[in-house]
Ligand binder design. Structure first.
Ligand code: NAD
Length: 263
């Protein structure tokens, strides 16, 4: 399908990473203008080169942003005001720190860092998206916030700060969806299962046991792919999902519905 996002302006945070990059490509192919935002300038530059090769003739720009800094997020949104205002905000940037562990072992500074990026960063993104929608007289707006399936089920492999942060994303998104519904602004959470992206795969490395402990839970026997999340985001961003609001949109290959899966 093409042109489902024709004429819409989108911001994607964490755009140089797994889900963000695949979503950028699909959004451009569907006719949106996209501002790719990420904290890493080198990663943004190489992502932009890839995107421009795959999607010639589309409107894509980049901006370096730290989503945990309010002034940085404000500047990011103001850039898209000069295009006519934001229509789609994909608050996708997030971290899962290697030192994140259980209640005893998680250092306070890792807890704070994780909440600052994963929760406060999403709040800032929502706040400035709403301001941009209003400033530019939008009667429709779609905000998609990346949570995780660990916000829905407890994991026996603890990353407590991360899990708590994604639970907060779910709760915040739900409330924003209700508060702004009569303005035509929708807020939905995306809940991916573990994926083949650097965020997880770098951390798993060659550790076969660690990998198996996770893979075994998938009914399909495999991790998800970033592109499978990106397709869901396109639906949530487009007017096709006009009556989908305040939902926990789960894209997990059935993992959160499984009791046991075959060896
Ligand atoms: P990724 O690591 O490939 O991409 C994340 C991107 O966010 C990176 O490019 C990174 O530079 C950027 N980023 C980090 N901190 C930032 C900050 N302060 N400001 C701006 N950008 C920042 O990861 P991904 O798998 O594409 O993850 C995207 C989202 O999906 C994250 O919120 C993550 O928690 C969530 N998620 C991932 C998985 C998975 O298995 N990969 C599963 C569930 C949820």
């Amino acid at each position: 399908m093409v042109n489902r996002l024709q004429g819409k302006n989108a911001i994607i945070t964490g755009a140089a990473g797994g889900i963000g990059l695949e979503t950028t490509i699909l959004m451009l192919q569907e006719g949106a203008s996209v501002l790719m935002a990420d904290i890493s300038q080198p990663a943004l530059s190489s992502a932009l080169t890839k995107v421009q090769t795959l999607c010639p003739g589309t409107h894509v720009e980049t901006i370096q942003v730290d989503v945990s800094s309010e002034s940085s997020v404000k500047a990011m949104v103001e850039k898209v005001d000069s295009w006519g205002g934001v229509d789609i905000m994909f608050n996708n940037a997030g971290i899962m720190h290697a030192d994140d562990a259980d209640a005893i072992a998680t250092p306070e500074k890792i807890w704070d860092l994780t909440q600052n990026i994963n929760v406060k960063g999403v709040w800032f993104g929502c706040k400035y998206a709403v301001e941009s929608f209003r400033r530019n007289g939008k009667v429709k707006g779609s905000v998609i916030n990346t949570a995780s399936m660990v916000a829905l089920v407890g994991a026996a492999t603890p990353q407590l700060a991360y899990t708590a942060s994604k639970g907060a994303v779910l709760a915040m998104t739900r409330e924003l969806g209700i508060v702004h519904a009569r303005e035509g602004f929708r807020f939905n959470s995306l809940c991916p299962a573990p994926l083949n992206t650097p965020l997880l795969q770098d951390w798993l490395g060659d550790d076969k046991e660690k990998r198996y402990r996770r893979e075994v839970h998938f009914p399909s026997g495999r991790f998800g792919e970033a592109i499978e999340q990106a397709h869901a985001v396109i639906f949530l961003a487009s007017d096709e999902s006009s009556f989908v609001n305040a939902t926990d949109f789960v894209v997990d290959g059935g993992l959160t519905k499984a009791y046991v899966t075959p060896e």
